[in-house]
Design a protein around this ligand. Structure first.
Ligand code: GTP
Ligand code: SPV
Ligand code: MN
Length: 606
């Protein structure tokens, strides 16, 4: 019944409707949704309205249209079947944190970690930019479900967009279309996510969140997290706000299943900042020295964590596809990802070869002929592929995709792992001494900035829980929520910190990374199972160097020593710096977090 009502409105039929009033035919039985769509249409004035069903035929049709108008170009059909290239506007290549706002009534509720505007001011400012912005364009209505369609942990939204590129990306990355609409109609509520590429003028670009209204408005960018609103805007910023009210967590975490040769699977959730290795860890291939191990991907970017009835922690991945960093992907670093993106993939801002294959730095085969701006490649113009060039691909393309990714109850989590890019200081791995200490470890995460966000690259900044750009409310309240959340778990997962990016003075990585990271995850599992001792230090438990298996690896004893020890003076300075950072949250900072910081700083001073 509802499927029939959610009938497809083709551009032509919609055009024959009331172009100027923007009135749309009744296409949903949910009045709240219909009236929102009508209201947006009358404000933005599209030429046509199309309700998307999420079918393959619809995807193909919209791709064909973009091929015809040049929004996409087809890549080499023999080597990369059904793969397309999109080159974005050169001023629109990454998330824009300075233009991203959380609009709560009180500024303190958004916190020092967010840009803030009063909701009424935010609406006024952005609504002005939306006025008539869809003239000459089709407005697409995309109902989507974040998480398995039948999971009680999932949440739905509707994105309205004038970008066909957003439509095909949302189709690959979320459960988008008729089934989501059915769930929305039966639940009666949904996140309102309004997007327009606008005129791409960076001065007229804003990504605004209204968490109390469960709504998002984004204009002026067609790129990634700015435009695919189910992802960072909904599944992290809005969801984290909702999660606090409802007693769960929405986190910037991969979820991976690690199956040992005896068939036991541990699921771990890891929070690393943008472009710091989540996708690669989520689909890693075990090294030869670990025969019989299998790795299962649940998710590569976002985890929603809930306590179950027995007090265990369970996770679902709200997404069903990947928007992953392309550079660095090759047969050796990540064969799963490399194979996965050889068919049915949309590439954004990569270079191309003479044979019209996609090319990127670190691909290791072929040569660039055209760069990411479509110019003849010239080394003087910089990199051939943009450092934040991305692939969009459905999770079903990944041969390691876990069958449990569709399980409504999610998977049990054995360990939580924080990490970042630190060329200095942070050891390969350490374990927090308690849940409270683990929350401090997460709050103190710092990492070198990357090309995933507009701004300077390589600057160390605090990125608590890898959520600096994504937490929809005051970090002080967020840490209090983490502490409280632990109280509701009867089986507390252990919390760890890892760093794959430690360098020597010559700038070489001390640790080989990628598949070899399973050696470190193995130590983490052994700690969870209580099978291995560790060295106690003020910052937590570190491995005995001999407990990290380095079979077949070319690692000097000095390098291993550096990776598995700490410099007390440097760490004392670090704890002081963490303390200063926490100070910026003032009175709202939870006492327990301050106590942890003071206790460890004092131990390091001895
Ligand atoms: P987002 O999608 O931005 O959230 O990023 P992500 O955390 O999923 O990062 P991703 O796995 O895509 O890695 C980003 C970059 O780091 C890529 O260029 C990778 O090749 C590189 N990388 C990933 N894992 C490792 C590692 O273990 N060691 C080293 N040296 N580089 C890595
Ligand atoms: C990130 O920046 O963490 C991403 C890419 O995963 S985006 O979707 O652009 O946020
Ligand atoms: Mn991410």
């Amino acid at each position: 019944m509802s499927i029939m009502r959610a009938q497809l409105v083709t551009d032509e039929t919609a055009q024959n409707k009331d172009k100027h009033t923007g009135k749309t035919p009744m296409t949903t039985k949910l009045a709240a949704l219909q009236s929102w769509v009508d209201q947006v249409a009358s404000h933005t004035r599209p030429d046509a309205i199309r309700w998307c069903t999420g079918s393959d035929a619809e995807y193909d049709e919209i791709v064909q249209k973009m091929l015809a108008d040049g929004t996409l170009t087809a890549l080499n059909k023999d080597r990369y079947p059904n793969c397309y290239l999109h080159l974005s506007d050169p001023s629109d290549v990454a998330r824009v944190e300075n233009l991203t706002f959380v609009c709560t009534q009180s500024k303190d509720d958004a916190g020092p970690n967010n840009n803030w505007m009063k909701p009424s001011d935010g609406h006024t400012k952005i609504d002005e930019l939306f006025a008539a912005c869809m003239q000459g364009r089709t407005m697409y209505v995309l109902p989507y479900c974040m998480g398995p369609i039948d999971s009680p942990y999932s949440r739905c939204g509707v994105e309205i967009t004038d970008s066909p590129y957003v439509v095909v990306n949302m189709k690959l990355m979320t459960r988008m279309g008729t089934k989501a609409l059915e769930r929305i109609e039966s639940e009666g509520y949904f996140v309102r996510a309004l997007h327009s590429t606008g005129d791409l003028d960076p001065d007229r670009r804003f990504i605004m969140h209204f968490p109390d209204e469960l709504s998002i408005k984004s204009i002026g960018s067609g790129y990634g997290g700015n435009a695919l609103l189910g992802k960072k805007c909904h599944a992290l910023r809005i969801a984290s706000y909702q999660a606090r009210q409802e007693g769960w967590l929405a986190e910037h975490m991969l979820i991976v299943g690690l199956e040992s040769p005896d068939g036991v699977i541990h699921y771990v959730a890891c929070a690393f900042p943008s472009a710091c290795g989540k996708t690669n860890l989520a689909m890693l291939i075990p090294p030869k020295s670990m025969p019989g191990w299998k790795v299962w991907t649940l998710g590569d970017d976002i985890a929603w964590l809930h306590p179950d009835e027995s007090g265990k922690l369970r996770a679902i991945n709200p997404e069903s596809g990947y928007f992953g960093v392309v550079p660095g992907t090759n047969e050796k670093t990540n064969k799963n990802a490399n194979d996965m993106i050889m068919h049915d993939t949309i590439f954004t801002n990569v270079a191309t070869t003479d044979d019209n294959e996609p090319w990127w730095e670190g691909k290791q085969t072929g040569r660039p002929a055209k760069d990411w701006q479509g110019r003849d490649y010239n080394a003087e113009n910089g990199k051939a592929a943009h450092p934040n060039s991305r692939f969009t691909v459905a999770a079903t393309n990944n041969r390691a995709y876990s069958s449990l990714a569709e399980a409504p109850e999610g998977v049990p989590i054995s360990a939580i792992v924080f990490g970042g890019r630190r060329k200095e200081l942070a050891p390969l791995v350490y374990e927090a001494k308690s849940w409270e200490h683990g929350v401090l470890v997460g709050a103190g995460v710092a990492s070198e900035t990357t090309a995933a966000s507009v701004g300077e690259v390589g600057i160390v900044r605090r990125d608590p829980m890898a959520m600096k750009p994504f937490c929809g409310y005051n970090f002080a309240d967020y840490w209090a929520h983490w502490l409280e959340f632990g109280n509701n778990l009867t089986h507390l997962p252990k919390i760890f910190h890892v760093n794959w990016f430690r360098q020597n003075t010559a700038g070489d990585f001390l640790w080989p990374g990628f598949g070899e990271n399973l050696r470190v995850l193995n130590w983490i599992i052994e700690r969870c199972e209580g099978r291995v001792d560790a060295v106690e230090t003020p910052i937590g438990f570190l491995p005995y160097p001999t407990d990290i298996d380095t079979t077949d690896l070319d690692i000097s004893p000095e390098a291993l020593q550096a990776l598995t020890s700490i410099d007390r003076d440097q760490w004392h300075a670090e704890l002081k710096s963490v303390g200063e950072y926490l100070d910026t949250y003032g009175d709202r900072l939870p006492d327990a977090l301050r106590q942890q910081q003071e206790m460890i700083a004092a131990e390091l001073a001895n």
